[in-house]
Design a protein around this ligand. Sequence first.
Ligand SMILES: [Zn+2]
Length: 168
Amino acid sequence: MAALVLEYYLLLRSVLRAKPRLRACLSRCRHCRIFFLADPRNAGRRDLGCPFGCREADRKRQSTRRSVAYYRDPVGKRKKSALNQRRTKPSAPKPQPAAPDTSVFQPGSAQWDEAMLEHVRMVSSWIEGRRVSRNEILEMLARVLRQRTMCRRRKIDQAVAWLKEHPP
Ligand SMILES: [Zn+2]
């Protein structure tokens, strides 16, 4: 993990050297303190969560807080008790379980976190000065992943060859 963050920071630094105007977008996560490039509209804000999980966690916490507040207020309470009554009524038809959301399991996107994908897309667009599409990012990621797998395989092959010559 530390190696990944280091790699990310080195990349971020070279991006900022190449595109100094992106420096204005440099923000720090208020939770994990990681640096990241934020939307120019949020430049200068100090209450942002990073796109690597903290923002999503924030969003979940807020939605929990909202629903707790909702059920606490009298109108919400009435609705909830109606809901509970409906639930306990034996004659009420059982609600069908919601169909699993298959949108995130589309081929090619299964292994990528959507928030992360959008962040990479956004930053790539700023760096390239054009609108980079989600598909381009998916293709790029697939390419990088293929290369990494190939590199790793080559290293393993070398290690195996070396072990053959130098048996333990
Ligand atoms: Zn964070």
